[in-house]
Design a protein around this ligand. Structure first.
Ligand code: ARG
Length: 460
């Protein structure tokens, strides 16, 4: 079969220059959309028959041919041709080889502009489902780890400086909640992705009596486009999930940063699983948190992908412009990167071992019970500002002696404020400090248990 006329028609006297063909092709990567392309074509063919544009037997023949093409691709026998530009033309051309003239009727009432928008929406929709499944799995692992470590406490930090003691469970659950919002953002975006653009044709709609709603319904989409020009122009349906992915990567990156810091022997809060760390080529003692570092590093590339597509879309006049072909690679990259990152994080976290002893030891450095003393004095009627000042004196005193607040003798406290009694030592206990924080969402054990119950309920 002569491939040239398919896209060149009669108006071109010359073939495309090889260099132009190579520059403009997309089949080298958009072949990833073959399942979605065939799925969309099936729905289109059925709709055409239902509307009387094609006969029933014609549509049957097209469906049979599309099955054959899909099988060929899946079994690796399909020959992709660069000359045919993209996945759509490759499939249509092979379909016509297989079923003959009727193959040329498939594209009735359709343009590649609405076709590619549909294929891409189907792909993004599948990707979102996958991200949701993987993020849920990671939330489950975090919840399991939190549940196992409700008794473990460590210094909570602000400004990366010891601030107040917190439960390890509370720290881990903070990430579970972030990821749950990421999950919800993906679900929200999916509702806007699952809108079918098929029937918009090139840009203006078509003269054929199409039924876009029927197509949408067959594809399991929630509805179809309202405006043909919008349908073929915008890529917000990819951008919104890409933003969700970028934010999710930001959350993963922060979790990785904590793990990296905790794995430093100066902290020693976690032991990196051997299976998830690597050695150094020169320093035999090294155990490097490369997986966590790479997740942190790859967040940058996902932001880059998001900005790449945002920039592509920014200056485009109505409606379809070939620039839009640049939408797919950044999205594919986001999809692969986020999926792999979520999966590796879940696998690594499962194996992570926390060193409760090291966390406990580090509580006595950094005066994380200073707020307790201030609150204690305030409870005895000292105005909080004054209590804050007096506590500062106690900290300075302990610092000078090289001990913790809890190690100061009672008369030292009495010098600072006569209101301090023996009961101050119970108040300065780190465990007690955590137990007292039962304010809603606080680090107290009942609050943490409540969070676990609600996350478990959500996880199902
Ligand atoms: N490969 C093209 C893309 O990805 C398909 C649409 C081509 N449409 C056109 N009018 N040339 O955007």
């Amino acid at each position: 079969m002569n491939e040239k006329p398919m896209l060149r028609g009669e108006i071109f006297a010359e073939n495309t220059a090889a260099i132009a063909e190579e520059y403009t092709e997309s089949v080298s990567y958009d072949r990833k959309l073959f399942r979605q392309d065939i799925k969309g074509s099936r729905a289109h063919a059925r709709m055409l028959a239902r509307q009387g544009v094609l006969t029933g037997p014609e549509a049957e023949e097209l469906l049979r041919g599309l099955d054959l093409v899909q099988k060929e691709i899946e079994e690796g026998g399909f020959v992709w041709k660069r000359k045919l530009e993209d996945v759509h033309m490759n499939i249509e051309s092979r379909l016509t080889e297989l079923v003959g003239e009727v193959g040329k009727k498939l594209h009735t009432g359709r343009s590649r502009n609405d076709q590619v928008a549909l294929d891409f929406r189907l792909f993004v929709s599948d990707a979102l489902e996958n991200w949701q499944r993987l993020s849920k799995e990671l939330i489950r692992v975090l919840t399991d780890k939190a549940e196992e470590h409700q008794e473990v406490i460590l210094p909570g930090c602000t400004h990366m400086q010891p601030a107040q003691p917190v439960a390890l469970a509370q720290h881990l659950l903070a990430y579970a909640w972030m990821l749950k919002r990421d999950f919800e953002r993906m679900a929200d975006a999916a509702a806007r992705v699952r809108v079918s653009p098929l029937g918009a044709a090139a840009l203006a709609g078509t003269t054929y009596p199409l039924d876009p709603d029927f197509v949408a319904e067959q594809l399991g989409f929630t509805g179809c486009f309202a405006n043909s020009m919008d349908a073929v122009s915008d890529r917000d349906f990819a951008l919104e999930p890409m933003f969700g992915a970028a934010l999710c990567m930001a959350h993963l990156s922060r979790l990785c940063e904590d793990i990296i810091i905790w794995a430093n022997p100066a902290f020693g809060f976690v032991r990196l699983p051997d299976a998830f760390s690597t050695g150094s080529s020169i320093m035999p003692q090294k155990k490097n948190p490369d997986v966590a570092e790479l997740v942190r590093g790859k967040s940058g590339r996902v932001y880059g992908d998001l900005f790449s597509l945002l920039t592509t879309v920014k200056g485009l006049p109505m409606t379809y412009n070939r620039d839009l072909q640049e939408d797919k690679e950044p999205f594919f990259d986001v999809h692969e990167t986020l999926s792999a990152s979520l999966a590796v994080m879940a696998a690594m976290l499962k194996e992570l071992r926390f060193n409760a002893g090291r966390m406990r030891d580090s509580l006595s450095r950094g005066f994380v019970n200073a707020t307790e003393l201030a609150d204690y004095l305030a409870g005895k009627g000292v105005p909080f500002r004054e209590a804050h000042r007096l506590t500062g004196r106690a900290v300075a005193l302990a610092e000078g002696r090289g001990c913790g607040l809890e190690d100061l003798p009672l008369d030292a406290f009495k010098d600072i404020s006569p209101l301090v009694e023996q009961d101050v030592y119970a108040v300065l206990s780190f465990e007690a400090a955590v137990k007292r924080r039962e304010s809603p969402g606080g680090t107290g054990p009942r609050s943490v248990a409540g969070q676990l119950v609600s996350l478990r309920g959500w996880l199902g």
